[in-house]
Design a protein around this ligand. Structure first.
Ligand SMILES: [Zn+2]
Length: 714
């Protein structure tokens, strides 16, 4: 309440003094009593989450005033294979659907991160390494920096007149001739080109791989055109610089894209190919038609033998691939003389979606064996838990990195020269393929802001990836997501750990922070805290509410609670806003039997060592008063397994709320008709408990030995 009227000022001042004194007295009283302000771990996230409004509701759903911008692109792209350059002519139609008038527009010039004067290398602290590969040494210390920045040739209005603009590193501001009113559209044109980098040397998400054998290049091209920034009611313009790590925030729109390549190239891209008969051979068209009705096995559309023959040539002629993509947030393509192509049909609730792979002979037979099948599995599993995959295809490209775009992604994995491959290589390739194809759902469709919140796409996707991996192969070697796998990260040096709710550019251990820990958190919610049915319903609700929209963290947190009827503020607070660890132990156990005296029952303590009773009363049950302590900061359920003397076991789970009165230790009585031999906490390692040496009573020798070994190893 900030609207004091002036005439009431003196009165209000007096009232204010009285109120202040009262509040002061009350709060000192509370402090004297509690010793601290309200730090209860079950308090609601009122201060952390934004106030709900008519755009984003308190239930976590988009509200009736929810809007988002829309951007349509028409692009003519020319790839010069000799010079390794890409040239583009781009028309952008920007639809201002927001309630605001805009004075300027912001674009992302991601390629400028590779410009010769890029600031990205300058913010990277480094030391002299003990060894570097010759190519990396040359690249880092002896050659002038590679210049892969955008060369902007022109920026014009629709009528061809010059349009004022300002470039700030990886961002570009279009200075509008007059403000763009709410509900209006602005159309402008840009011409540009840049040098394509060799991503095997320069690294990162886009570029070419050079094959020394015959000078061929596999191009995987992305972030290749100036892209509109997101404007919304959460960030305003999302125009934080692209440093290379925290990814992208993009609007949906339609893309009409013509890509000119050498005429012996095979190309895959976002969108529907409109001129199949111009760019594919008769044979390829025939095989493609068969693939479109083949649901059990991939059908080869361009064979290895054909690709081997083609890669020996070097055609100077060109051809143009014409695509149209409806309602996508981005565009990418891959092209090479070397690509083998296979595909199969996938049935998604009665609708046919195509799973494709493009790969060089160096990636075969690994890709032929697994790539398209992994794509198909991903589409099936993710559709089951979120929504039916709405696009017509998903492509996996042998791109020797792991990176995702709408309908197309680039993946690693090559067999040895003799064509054999280890399980490790195989599972890694399948894992990354599932992960990158999975990104079609998060964030390509459930379109969160990657620049700000890495976990919203990587964390949710890493969780979903586990479900798809286990459906692909029930013995799949899951590397992250299981609670026990996150223990070493969470219990590590606290100076190098940030809460999940941290911008990706600013965290040390990116993989564990933004992928592993949030995936584990969701796994624990599903398996241990919410149960599969409630979790799956809430997760599906979130996915469907926000498909083709821009969710924020609050929308996710609120929907998960709203759709399940479970208050999870304590969980989000602990797992997402702090770096606390989970550690619950058994401090002590007292044991009792009863004795009836007149109208009351008397509890008699047996003070002997251990859990056994020195003397047993046939008429009494056994009562165990167990004190649990919590050296870890996280509040978590207490999962207890009681093993009886006869060898049978019984489980009891106390909800996390048992810690609401006392965060350090609680005491709880367990009664049974059989005598207990031993007690164990978290027997299936569900809670990411960082110290299991205090999990057993009597103390478990093997647990203590494990802890001892850990300490020795340091
Ligand atoms: Zn990812």
């Amino acid at each position: 309440m900030n609207n004091h009227s002036p005439q009431n000022n003196t009165f209000m001042k007096k009232i204010g003094i009285v109120l202040f004194s009262l509040v002061f007295v009350a709060s000192s009283f509370a402090q004297a009593k509690q010793g601290h302000t309200n730090q209860n771990k079950f308090r609601q996230l009122k201060q952390e989450l934004p106030t709900p409004n008519a755009e984003r509701t308190a239930s976590g759903a988009p509200g009736k005033n929810y809007t988002q911008q829309r951007v349509d692109y028409i692009m003519d792209i020319v790839l010069d294979d000799e010079k390794s350059t890409i040239t583009g002519s781009e028309t952008i139609t920007y639809h201002n659907n927001s309630a605001d008038d805009l004075e300027y527009l912001w674009l992302q010039l991601d390629q400028n991160m590779r410009a010769a004067d890029s600031k990205t290398p300058d913010i990277q602290p480094n030391k002299v390494p003990s060894k570097l590969s010759k190519s990396r040494f040359k690249n880092t210390y002896t050659e002038s920096a590679f210049d892969g920045g955008f060369k902007i040739m022109s920026v014009t209005n629709a009528d061809g007149s010059k349009l004022s603009h300002t470039i700030n590193q990886t961002m570009m501001r279009i200075n509008l001739p007059k403000p763009l009113a709410s509900g209006n559209t602005f159309k402008f044109k840009m011409d540009w080109w840049y040098n394509i980098n060799n991503h095997k040397i320069e690294g990162l998400r886009s570029g070419y791989e050079l094959f020394e054998e015959n000078g061929n290049k596999n191009y995987v091209i992305a972030q290749f055109y100036p892209r509109m920034c997101v404007y919304d009611n959460v960030e305003g313009w999302q125009n934080e610089q692209f440093w290379g790590r925290s990814e992208f925030a993009l609007e949906f729109g339609d893309y009409t894209v013509n890509i000119t390549t050498p005429d012996d190239h095979m190309l895959g891209a976002t969108g529907i190919l409109k001129n199949e008969s111009e760019v594919l051979t008769k044979k390829e068209q025939k095989r493609l038609a068969i693939a479109r009705i083949t649901f059990d096995n991939p059908v080869i559309i361009r064979t290895q033998e054909e690709a081997k023959k083609i890669e020996k040539g070097n055609s100077k002629k060109t051809k143009t691939w014409k695509f149209f993509a409806k309602n996508v947030r981005d565009y990418a393509f891959a092209t090479s003389r070397k690509f083998i192509w296979d595909g199969m049909a996938v049935d998604i609730n009665g609708k046919t979606v195509m799973a494709y792979s493009l790969y060089s002979k160096e990636a075969n037979p690994l890709y032929g064996d697994h790539s398209t099948r992994a794509v198909a599995q991903t589409l099936k599993t993710y559709s089951k838990y979120t929504f039916d995959y709405p696009y017509h295809k998903a492509i996996s490209v042998d791109g020797q990195m792991g990176m995702e775009y709408p309908q197309i992604c680039f993946n690693p994995g090559r067999p040895d020269a003799d064509g054999t491959y280890s399980d490790k290589v195989k599972y890694r390739m399948i894992k990354v393929t599932i992960h990158e194809v999975g990104h079609n759902f998060f964030p390509m469709i459930v379109n969160s802001d990657e620049r700000q919140w890495t976990w919203m796409d990587e964390g949710l996707n890493s969780y979903m990836e586990m479900l798809a991996e286990l459906e692909y192969d029930k013995n799949f070697p899951i590397t992250r997501g299981y609670p026990k796998n996150i223990v070493s990260y969470m219990s590590g040096n606290q100076d190098k750990i940030a809460p999940i709710m941290t911008k990706g550019d600013n965290v040390y251990n990116f993989g564990s922070n933004a992928y592993g820990k949030p995936a584990t958190a969701l796994w624990i919610l599903r398996e241990t805290i919410m149960g599969k049915d409630l979790f799956d319903h809430a997760f599906r609700t979130y996915s469907q509410r926000w498909m083709f929209k821009h969710p924020s963290p609050a929308d996710f947190f609120r929907t998960m609670e709203d759709a399940s009827g479970i208050d999870l503020d304590w969980f989000w607070r602990g797992w997402f806003y702090t770096t606390d660890v989970s550690d619950i132990g058994i401090k002590s156990v007292k044991k009792y039997q009863t004795n009836s005296v007149d109208n009351s029952v008397e509890f008699i303590e047996d003070t002997s060592e251990g859990l056994g009773f020195s003397k047993k009363d046939e008429n009494s049950k056994f009562y165990y008063e167990i004190t649990y302590n919590k050296p870890g900061g996280l509040v978590m359920p207490i999962i207890v397994e009681f093993t009886y003397k006869d060898g049978t076991t019984e489980r009891k789970t106390y909800p996390a709320q048992i810690w609401r009165y006392n965060d350090a230790e609680i005491t709880k009585v367990f009664s049974s008709s059989k005598e207990i031999k031993s007690i164990k906490l978290d027997p299936d390692l569900e809670t990411a408990d960082v110290d299991t040496s205090n999990n057993s009573f009597p103390k478990d020798k093997t647990d203590q030995f494990d802890q001892f070994k850990k300490k020795i190893k340091g």
